[in-house]
Write a protein that binds this ligand. Structure first.
Ligand code: MRU
Length: 355
């Protein structure tokens, strides 16, 4: 099987595939200091909720490595500042703050160590976060493929593949698992305006994996549903509220409404690190407003007259009642979601505590 290379890894400093250059170039970015980690996240060189969480965890390890603090308490003060800078880089995806909090918790729990030992401990934790993310994605694949038993045509939006995670992906995980089992599967890939993560990243990633795909513009999705050519929709998520409302790439809500109208299941695939039990419902999820240039331009090419008023919410919220099931590494949750999501997060936390 043709595997996607790791998306983010540590080689003396955090390294990542530059997702702004794909599919034309497979370039690697080395982040030499905390600012370059923040810039990589902010500029979308790395994107996708779990991938930015992993990058931020490595960013915390790098902040510790670069700090000249002579005591662990001074080092922890630096980490508190690093966390708030990293968290501000992309506000919707909860995996970012989840990962930096986990790093800070580890630092505080090990405050008795010498600073260099603490630096080592932090790097080990960031590596664990990366490894666990890949394992969670593979578990999502195994759970999720059971939902695809009768499915030939899946539609996906944005990129919730290996590039958006440590490797393997969330929404693409069940698709990969079916393909690895030798079963036929075909993916309708929404190009995903404005920033085209579907066209640039998902289509490339599926092609690399040898999975049959057809790229479509976002406004073709309804047509193919009406024609009976879409059996289900699978998307990832940037944050799932405690009640099961799902924030994901702008356009997901529209697909959910279409899915309902055509009686097509909508599945959301995400690790438990994407579930935010502190946020009661979707109305409380902050929606990132991104550069208007992503709307007025395709790549470097302007497609609208200068000075035009532009809106650009990067995400929308799909209400829980439009979601057929949520697939996590812990299993599959069905509506009503609240209790099951709570149990899944508790189980994941307990498993982490045992490690
Ligand atoms: C497995 S990642 C899930 C989401 O992060 C993905 O669907 C998405 O919306 C990504 O948006 P992006 O703005 O490219 O970071």
């Amino acid at each position: 099987m043709n595997e996607v290379p790791k998306t983010v890894w540590w080689d003396d400093v955090p390294c990542l595939i530059d997702q702004l250059r794909l599919p034309a170039m497979l370039d690697i970015v080395r982040c030499e200091d905390l600012n370059s980690v923040i810039e990589a996240i902010r500029s979308m060189q790395v994107r996708g909720a779990p991938a930015i969480g992993i990058t931020a965890a490595y960013g915390m390890a790098l902040a510790a490595k670069r700090s000249t603090a002579q005591t662990s308490s001074k080092l922890i003060e630096k980490l508190v500042k690093a966390k708030s800078l990293l968290d501000a880089a992309r506000p919707t995806a909860i995996n970012l703050a989840w990962a930096t909090q986990r790093m800070l918790d580890i630092a505080q729990a090990n405050a008795q160590l010498e600073p260099d030992q603490l630096r080592q401990r932090l790097l080990a934790e960031a590596e664990t976060i990366r490894d666990q993310d890949e394992a969670m994605c593979r578990a999502i694949g195994q759970h999720g493929k059971t939902l695809l038993a009768q499915t030939r045509n899946v539609l996906t939006h944005c990129n919730a593949g290996g590039l958006a995670t440590a490797a393997y992906g969330t929404a693409l995980a069940p698709i990969r698992a079916v393909h690895e089992d030798g079963q036929p599967i075909h993916v309708w890939v929404d190009e995903t305006r404005p920033f085209l993560q579907g066209a640039r990243l998902t289509a490339w990633e599926l092609q690399q994996a040898g999975i049959d795909l057809t790229l479509i513009t976002d406004n073709m999705a309804a047509y193919f549903m009406q024609q009976g050519h879409v059996d289900c929709i699978i998307v990832g998520s940037d944050r799932i509220a405690a009640n099961g409302d799902v924030a994901n790439k702008i356009g997901t809500y529209g697909l959910a409404v279409l899915a309902k109208a055509h009686n097509i299941p909508l599945y959301v695939a995400a690790p438990t690190s994407t579930i935010d039990l502190q946020t009661a419902n979707g109305a409380a999820i902050p929606i990132e407003q991104r550069s208007t240039q992503e709307v007025t331009h395709i790549g470097q090419q302007a497609i609208a007259a200068e000075g035009i008023k532009v809106a650009h919410p990067a995400f929308d919220v799909t209400p829980a009642h439009l979601v057929t099931a949520i697939i996590t590494e812990q299993g599959i949750a069905y509506p009503p979601f609240a209790e099951q999501l709570h149990t899944m997060v508790e189980a994941a936390n307990a498993a982490n505590a045992r490690q």
